[in-house]
Design a protein. Structure first.
Ligand code: F6R
Length: 264
C-alpha cells in the first residue's frame, strides 16, 4: 500500500511505498497505461530513461508486463540520460550495455529506436554530438516521460552540483562523490571515468511528465533536501520543482528523513 503525501515541506508531490518493489510495480503500471493510451490513438511514446541500481526493478516489472502482453514497446522510442566518456557501448560498465542487458534485450523494442549518448567521442567532438542528441529528441517529438534516480549529491542524470537550470546535453567533469560511488563497480576509483555526457537540466525539464525515484536509507538525506529546498544549482534535483508534472516515488527507508517529526 502506498500513501500519497501532500506535505507542506515539499513542493514536489511524492508517494511513499513499503519498498522499492512496490513503488517500481506501481510506476511500471502507470507507464504502461500511458504507452497503451498513446498506442490506442496511433501515437508513439518517447521515454527518457536512467541507469544505475534505482530503475532495475522498474525495468524488471516492465519486462514482465511486456512478456504478459500487457504492453508492447514496438511504438516506443527511448533516450537515455547519460554515458561515461571513453567507454564503448560493449564495455561492461557502459550505460548502453546496462540498458541492453537490463531492459532492451528482454522487450519487443526496435533497438534502432533506443538512444544512449556515445561515450566514444573526443572532447572536441562532444559538443556536436550533444547538439545532435537534443535534435534527435526534438525530432522524435520530445520526451513524454522521464525516469530519474538521484545521486547522493543531488545530481539528476550527471548534472552535478553547479549545473544550471538552462543547461543542455553536454560533456562535463564528474563530481568526487559520483566517482567514489562508482568506484566499486569499476574496481577502484582510478578506473572510474573522469567525464561523462549528460542530458541537461533544461532537456530533462522539457519532458511532459517526470518520475523521480529514490530507495533506501542512503538516499534519505538527499531526497529530503531535494524535495524541500528552493531551486538551487547546489542540489540540481531541486530544479524539478519548476516542472508542472513531476512526482517522486520513494520507499519508506528513503522517506525516513522527509517524514521525521519536526522537533519543537
Ligand atoms: C544514471 C543517472 C544517475 C543515477 C544516480 C543514482 O543514468 O543518471 O543520476 O540515477 O546516480 O544512481 P543509483 O540508482 O545507482 O543510486
Amino acid at each position: 500500500m502506498s500513501s500519497v503525501q501532500s506535505n507542506t515541506s515539499s513542493n514536489i508531490p511524492f508517494e511513499v511505498f513499503a519498498d522499492a518493489e512496490a513503488a517500481s510495480a506501481a510506476l511500471a503500471r502507470v507507464m504502461c497505461e500511458r504507452i497503451n493510451a498513446n498506442a490506442a490513438t496511433g501515437k508513439q511514446t518517447v521515454l527518457g530513461l536512467a541507469t544505475g541500481s534505482t530503475p532495475i526493478k522498474l525495468y524488471q516489472n516492465l519486462i514482465r508486463l511486456c512478456k504478459n502482453g500487457a504492453v508492447s514497446f514496438k511504438d516506443v522510442t527511448t533516450f537515455n540520460l547519460d554515458e561515461y566518456l571513453g567507454l564503448a557501448g560493449d564495455h561492461p560498465r557502459s550505460y548502453r550495455r546496462f540498458m541492453d542487458e537490463n531492459f532492451f534485450d528482454h522487450i519487443d523494442i526496435d533497438k534502432a529506436r533506443t538512444h544512449v549518448p556515445s561515450g566514444l567521442v573526443s572532447k572536441e567532438e562532444a559538443a556536436a554530438q550533444c547538439a545532435e542528441y537534443e535534435e534527435q529528441i526534438l525530432r522524435a517529438g520530445g520526451l513524454h516521460m522521464q525516469v530519474l534516480g538521484i545521486g547522493r549529491n543531488g545530481h539528476i542524470g550527471f548534472n552535478e552540483p553547479g549545473s544550471r537550470a538552462d543547461s543542455r546535453t553536454r560533456l562535463l567533469e564528474l563530481n568526487g562523490i559520483t566517482r567514489a560511488d562508482a568506484a566499486n563497480d569499476f574496481g577502484g576509483l582510478e578506473n572510474v571515468p573522469t567525464h561523462a555526457i549528460t542530458m541537461g537540466i533544461a532537456t530533462i525539464l522539457q519532458a511532459k511528465e517526470i518520475f523521480l525515484l529514490a530507495w533506501g536509507k542512503g538516499k534519505s538525506e538527499i531526497i529530503a533536501k531535494a524535495l524541500s529546498t528552493a531551486p538551487t544549482s547546489d542540489i540540481p534535483a531541486t530544479f524539478l520543482r519548476s516542472h508542472p508534472n513531476v512526482r517522486a516515488y520513494i520507499d519508506e527507508a528513503a522517506a525516513s528523513v522527509l517524514q521525521a517529526p519536526v522537533r519543537p
